[in-house]
Ligand binder design. Structure first.
Ligand code: H2U
Length: 348
């Protein structure tokens, strides 16, 4: 029997993190009688005076939001990271290491209306979000080594508020995910003299097996090593290190591709598609002076849904104890997304 990636189980390597994923496509055939999620409601009011993220609404710390007309960012009233805290005493015990953690947490609203999401916003409105992300990344990045921008969308992802928003956590330390990516990108650069992700983009553009969409500046692929069923990566066609380095053309093109990929996501199961997404680029703060050319700025979408709007992929058992496993091959997931309409289902 000849090996077929869409049929036969195998393991794939993620060179960004040095991890393997088990791909078992035949498992898609198994029946599902497990947990079923609620379908998110489409009936979110445009404005709710009691929603603390709305323009003119009162937040839980008593502050009143301005009547913003575009984006709006503020310090999180319940931050996981504070700037001014005592450092723990140094520990020489290798089994009980501790370190200082300082930071700042921000919340950023994408739009004054609660009932819109990125896929139904205009490209210009998404560009305003990108410009605000860049402003936040720049000001926080002067002080902090890592600025993590992330959007948690949908109750299934633990999002507590339907108003379109993201969070920004800036920290004095480089968190695990980017720390590991830094190690692997650096080592690849030392061996091959090229950034790992630029070589990867070039090869994906040649192979054309996992491309979902592309424009002149960006390409969205289901990465070869994807773990979540419909995970995607947004990669630049030209080498950029950080958000701050994007040209005006790259920003507009990024807004365009963000709208397109999120429309595809919503069209998959005709639901406002839940995900966690965010951006990774070269570290900032004290690292701004260091040579970081091994880094490539990129976006990642991690959506949890697998079979339908109500059946998600669980990362439990084998994933917790052994390694990540997926049923659908990355190539099949890319083809499914690629073949979906480019117009949002609510507008058809
Ligand atoms: P999530 O739904 O993604 O958790 O984001 C909402 C964030 O908004 C959450 O981090 C913050 C919460 O702490 N928030 C405020 O800062 N002030 C408020 O009045 C309500 C919510």
């Amino acid at each position: 029997m000849e090996f077929q990636a869409d049929e036969h189980q195998h393991v794939r390597y993620n060179p960004l993190k040095g991890e393997w994923v088990l791909v078992s496509p035949h498992r898609m055939k198994r029946p599902w009688s497990g947990q079923v999620e609620a379908v998110p409601s489409d009936e979110i009011p445009e404005f709710d005076p009691n929603n603390p993220l709305c323009p003119g609404a009162k937040r839980q710390n008593g502050e009143i939001n301005p009547k913003y007309e575009s984006t709006f960012a503020f310090d999180n009233d319940f931050p996981a990271l504070l700037e001014d805290v005592p450092s723990p005493p140094e520990s020489s015990d290798p089994l009980f290491q501790v370190g200082a953690a300082r930071g700042k947490c921000r919340v950023m609203c994408f739009h004054p209306k609660s009932n819109v999401t990125i896929p139904v916003m205009s490209v210009q409105e998404i560009e305003e979000v990108i410009n605000r992300w860049i402003e936040e990344a720049e000001s926080l990045g002067k002080k902090f080594d890592w600025v993590q921008i992330f959007e948690n969308k949908g109750a299934i992802m633990g999002c507590s508020n339907p108003h379109p928003h993201c969070q920004i956590w800036a920290s004095s330390f480089i968190p695990n995910e980017p720390r590991i990516k830094d190690i692997y990108q650096k080592s690849y650069y030392e061996t091959h003299g090229r950034p790992l992700l630029m070589d990867y983009v070039d090869k994906e553009l040649q192979k054309k097996e996992r491309i979902v969409i592309q424009n002149d500046e960006w390409v969205v692929v289901v990465p070869f090593w994807a773990v979540w069923p419909y995970e995607t990566m947004v990669l630049p066609k030209k080498h950029v290190l950080r958000f701050l380095d994007l040209s005006a053309i790259q920003k507009t093109a990024l807004a365009d591709i963000m709208k397109k990929i999120t429309i595809k996501y919503d069209n998959l199961f005709h639901v406002s598609f839940p995900y966690s997404m965010g951006w990774h680029g070269a570290p900032t703060g004290s690292k701004l002076k260091e040579d970081m050319k091994h880094w490539v700025f990129h976006g990642i979408y991690f959506p949890p849904l697998l079979r339908s709007a109500t059946v998600k992929k669980f990362m439990v058992g084998y994933e917790m104890l052994a390694q990540s496993q997926r049923d659908l091959s990355a190539e099949k997931a890319a083809a499914i997304l690629r073949n979906l309409p480019d117009v949002h289902y609510s507008r058809r």
